[in-house]
Write a protein that binds this ligand. Sequence first.
Ligand code: DMJ
Length: 487
Amino acid sequence: MSNVPPPQHGHRVAAVRNAFLHAWKGYRAFAFGHDEISPVTNGTNDSWGGFGVTLVDALDTMYIMGLFHEDDASENDSADRSGKSNQNSDANEFYRDVKAHVQSIDWSRRNYDASFFESSIRYLGGLLSIHQLTGEPLFLAKAVELGDRLLPAFNSPTGIPFSIVNLQTGSARNPAWNGGNSILSELGSVQLEFKQLSTLSGNPNYGHASQKVMDHLAAMPTNGLFPVYINPASGAGASDLVSFGGLGDSFYEYLLKQYILSGGEDQQALQLYVSAVDAMKTSLIGVNVDGRKFLGEMKGGRLTGGFDHLVCYVPGMLALGTIFIEDRHSDLELAIDLLETCISLYKDQPTGLGPERVEFNFRSDASSAAAPYTIKSSRYLLRPETIESLFILYRVTGNMRYQDIGWEIFQSLERYCRTPAAYSGLRDVTSPASPHDNSMQSFFLAETLKYLFLLFSDTSVLSLEDFVFTTEAHPFRFHATGTSNNE
Ligand code: DMJ
């Protein structure tokens, strides 16, 4: 169980750990085994099949925070990892609870149309990561069961996966609302999970299915950027929208991360990543009327100022790329500039939390009195992307200002999002009196609090040189073979 060095125990690390415990205790008290707690009404939400997505998604965060240990963990080991010598019995209780729940999951127990993408990144990624960290066979066994239930999503004429797969019957389809097309961020952001499942299970089928998608994409005629919809029957692009935000986002992240996970062997992924970033720099970067650099969207061949909170993962991606790929120094400059824009969107709001979507005003014909941006959605869903980039930029540059900004954001979370039971998203970041939205998505524990914890921890904890983080912040060790913690 000594796979990850113990975190530092500074007050910021302790505060984030306490925040996690607060949220977890609320979930355990009011919603254990359900997908989510409704953090204002103390109710439950089962939007993700009712398999306990909050629990599964949060397993590796618990592990990294030292909240549970293998049954045979010694008291000393517990003290080292948690910083509290009386934590051992509690810690084992955590571990017993979550293992018993995972053991009880039956993916096919009901006729459930699952989101292929969300099931892959939250459940499958979470199980693979905690298996690799702990070596516990149960987590891999459950991942294999789920992988087998998800595989039929790839059964299209081209191998491009459908968005929805029924975990009981195996029937797969796309919903009518997007014209029967598949979504780029979904079809292209499951490869880490499926390739890792093959590596850890020894069954190549999962990785092959996800690689077939990459082969198809690599053969498409593009300038490096891809339309957000692809038709799974014809294999052709089916949209004039190009975006690093919603519908596109993590596809680009996974180009780089497949290259990293392969230990530098996946040249196809590398070429696709480099082409995409080069094209992005040429065609999607703008400067708004008050001088902020932004990464916009291409709609019908025209740059727009649309900018989702989701885009704020890009600074981290670009910075990460510079430590694995030679001659990408200008990517780091762009990463720093884009992160400043994301930070500014937080600092501009009275709550200190960033909005879900803005539209930057940038055209030369914009009046000088134009506002720097228009808020299109003022919600804050407890999303991680800005904190994720702060973490990676801190690791890559060593600039401690990123830690200070993360601490300010954490204090805003405490002030505006904490409820008696857990944490809730906000309906309006522009108002200190914003109502809560009564939702705590599983990525708050899987990503937002994990990245905050890592931002304040020693840089040796889950080193970027050893682990690659999935789009749901699940750390996968590179060159994984079998249960690599035994390496
Ligand atoms: C998470 O599920 C993942 O980070 C995904 O890639 C995007 N959406 C959420 C977080 O915002």
